[in-house]
Design a protein around this ligand. Structure first.
Ligand code: ADP
Ligand code: MG
Length: 690
């Protein structure tokens, strides 16, 4: 039977209606159900001796019935009582309103009992315990607990899984080469599939989980590797060769900067230029913490591409950011003769037509824009480089459009930039199809942003600080979690805060308001006013989270800070501390939850994005922290990206070992890897990843 083609309605007890409930859990066929793993187990394997049971505990005991049950009743209530012993201690057991159990509970029978202990004086009893004979117990002592959705019960899922396991004829090929299984003492796939669902001992489900988690990472790692190889082998790009003139121009560009490049920037630029000289398309991720100066790296790459005779595209996720990049590039590159145009959703009519025409004739060198530039009507005469800023902000749909977009052309070199901090070993897996440049250094002279937590009671002092900051000629951000007040929460919205600040607290200062539902034109106007210093205090939502660069802003107040993720707070805070002035970030929160306070404290203690990411992960536990869903990767079913650090490491090492011997994964031993990827992660091979 083909599991992938078989609908769940093939199983007993699964109607169309139930099948649609399973579909909500992304289970649409028998294979999905086979690979639907429990989130936990109820483990009744530990037997408590009767003399050790304690009041209130839920226990499993093994005992003989020593008295025939006595049935008593009062009105509608009835109860059965009997005495149990394990040969040492005697306790009683009581069942309410189940008189029919009497014949099963006769003296002389031995059962496993599972239930809650109650103590009266020095007498212990079990209340309504479940009981099983030896065979029943062996079958049920460890029960898988599955993620559910309304309308499904554990029993329905367990029963369906049980049928699937009975039908399963070991048809899945084990993708892991024998050598790897031996090296890491991993069980076989078929054993793992049975035991992950129906283990009979704790070590069994641990073996199973270990094996399946390893396999999950291993396959994703291999799939991304193959994708990268395929891209490299099949596609061609123009090799951009450096003439003496270009070298001079690049040197001039560098020496005319008002600052020196950081070592990290120089290294990243060199990585990129090296790629651009190859006839293979560059596929590089530039990962740099907030404020590390990624835009400058992009500018150097674009300048090189243009001087080598091509055109470049620089994409940003928001129009605010696109405009800002436009300004940065213009001031840096126009003086050296590079022609740049901005193309966003608001560029319309004749202006738009003119730009498009110029692009097609190569009368413009660089197009900066939002996704609007992805629209089909943009045709460049000589596209050689595309750069995407804040890559993680693009949705999956946009990203696959991007992949298609790339394919329209003789492949341009591609650079993606991201500030999402990801530990290196993990980066190797999530971004396995890309080459990586990391910028872990901030420009010289940056002072650490002093970060404090505060509560509403401190507001008067905070307002004083805000006023002082403005009086010094600096600017302030006030960030709120919501745009407008809502009935279901008492968070202070951006609109309310704006009214309060502009009418009551600072009637004499210039207060601005920006949020996502403003028209793009208004958003741009507010942002320009702020950057040009016509607004003193900007009240905003997270629209300012990405990229915005205003070195004169030195104070940030984040309201209801507990509502934001740590990585997000880190990004927000990165909007200040962008010059050699002192900056202060205040995390306002009245939450008394310990976890919330601890999370905020992390931000006060460090400014290292990688550390913050790890800490966030530790405090929040497993989940979709790195947004693997957003990255277009399949979500991990078993791997917990924080706790399974060791597995991540091991997978990397063993994978490296394999490709050292067999870079094309073409040895017979490795064929099952490729086969399994095609079966289980076809989307990766289609290239829909980051
Ligand atoms: P991010 O990596 O967060 O995108 P930006 O590119 O916005 O960072 O740069 C942050 C700020 O640092 C900008 O104002 C930029 O002009 C400035 N900057 C960039 N590189 C340097 C450098 N080497 N020295 C000093 N300032 C720099
Ligand atoms: Mg940036």
């Amino acid at each position: 039977m083909d599991f992938k083609q078989s609908r769940l309605t093939k199983l007993k007890g699964i109607s169309e209606k139930r099948a649609s409930l399973f579909a909500k859990l992304d289970i649409n066929n028998l294979e999905d159900l086979l690979l639907f793993f429990p989130r936990d187990y109820e483990d009744w394997t530990e037997i408590t001796p009767l003399h050790l049971i304690q009041d209130g505990a839920v226990v499993t005991v093994k005992a003989n019935i020593i008295t025939n049950p006595a049935l008593q009743s009062k009105g509608k209530l009835s109860w059965l009582r009997t005495a149990l012993t394990d040969g040492v201690t005697v306790i009683s057991a009581i069942w309410f309103n189940q008189p029919w159990l009497a014949k099963k509970l006769q003296a002389g029978f031995e059962y496993y009992f599972h239930g809650k202990v109650q103590r009266r004086g020095n007498k212990f009893s079990l209340q309504n315990p479940l009981f099983f004979d030896q065979t029943e117990y062996e079958k049920q002592k460890i029960q898988a607990i599955y993620p559910l959705t309304a309308g499904l019960t554990q029993n329905i899922v367990r029963n369906s899984v049980d049928q699937v396991l009975t039908l399963y004829n070991n048809y899945l090929t084990d993708p892991l080469p024998d050598q790897i299984r031996k090296d890491h003492e991993l069980c076989t796939l078929n054993y793992a599939l049975e035991k992950i669902h129906q283990p009979q001992a704790e070590y069994e489900y641990q073996l199973a989980r270990m094996r399946l988690a390893f396999e999950e990472l291993f396959l994703i790692r291999s799939a991304l590797y193959l994708l990268k190889r395929k891209n490299q082998a099949e596609s061609q790009a123009e090799a951009l060769l450096p003439s003496e003139t270009i070298k001079h121009k690049m040197n001039d560009l560098r020496s005319n900067l008002p600052f020196v490049l950081t070592n990290a920037q120089i290294k990243a630029i060199n990585d990129i230029l090296r790629d651009l000289r190859q006839p293979k398309p560059m596929n590089r991720l530039l990962q740099g913490d907030v404020g590390s100066g990624k835009t400058m790296v992009a500018a150097f790459a674009l300048a090189y591409a243009v001087w080598a005779g091509g055109q470049g595209i620089f994409m940003a996720p928001t129009s605010i950011l696109a405009r800002q990049h436009m300004d940065t590039l213009t001031s840096l590159l126009e003086p050296v003769g590079i022609k740049i145009e901005l193309l966003t959703g608001q560029t319309a009519g004749k202006k738009r037509r003119d730009i498009l025409e110029a692009a097609e004739k190569q009368e413009v060198d660089v197009i900066v824009g939002t996704h609007a530039v992805l629209e089909k009507d943009l045709i460049l005469k000589k596209p050689v480089l595309t750069i995407t800023d804040e890559q993680h902000r693009f949705g999956v749909a946009q990203r696959s459009a991007l992949a298609d977009f790339d394919k329209q052309f003789f492949l341009p070199h591609r650079l993606v930039m991201s500030a999402t901090p990801i530990p290196r070993t993990l980066g190797l897996i999530l971004y396995g199809d890309l080459d990586l440049s990391i910028m872990d250094e901030l420009p010289l002279g940056r002072k650490p942003i002093k970060t404090y937590t505060a509560t509403s009671q401190d507001k008067a002092r905070i307002y004083k600080l805000m006023r002082k900051t403005v009086e010094r000629g600096e600017q302030v951000y006030v960030v709120c979690p919501l745009i407008e007040d809502s009935e279901i929460s008492d968070l202070e919205s951006a609109e309310t805060t704006y009214e309060k600040l502009s009418q009551n607290i600072f009637p004499d200062l210039r207060i601005g308001l920006i949020h996502g539902s403003l028209k793009p034109d208004s958003k741009n106007r507010v942002m320009e006013d702020f950057i040009d210093g016509r607004i003193d205090i900007l009240v905003s939502t997270t629209v300012i989270e990405v990229g915005v660069d205003n070195p004169r802003a030195t104070l940030m107040l984040i309201q209801n800070a507990e509502r934001f993720g740590l990585a997000q707070l880190h990004q927000l805070r990165g909007r200040i501390g962008r010059s050699d002035r002192d900056s202060i970030c205040i995390l306002l929160s009245d939450s008394e939850e310990e976890l919330a306070r601890e999370r905020l404290k992390t931000l006060c203690q460090t400014q290292n994005g990688f550390e913050i990411a790890e800490q966030d992960l530790r405090l929040r536990g497993p989940g979709d922290f790195f947004g693997t869903k957003q990255h277009g990767l399949p979500q991990f079913k078993l791997i917990n990206l924080y706790e399974d650090h060791q597995i991540i490491q091991t997978v990397n090492e063993s994978f490296m070992k394999i490709i050292q011997q067999d870079p094309g994964l073409s040895f017979p031993d490795n064929q099952n890897i490729v086969k399994a990827i095609k079966q289980r992660y076809p989307e990766i091979l289609r290239g829909i990843t980051l």
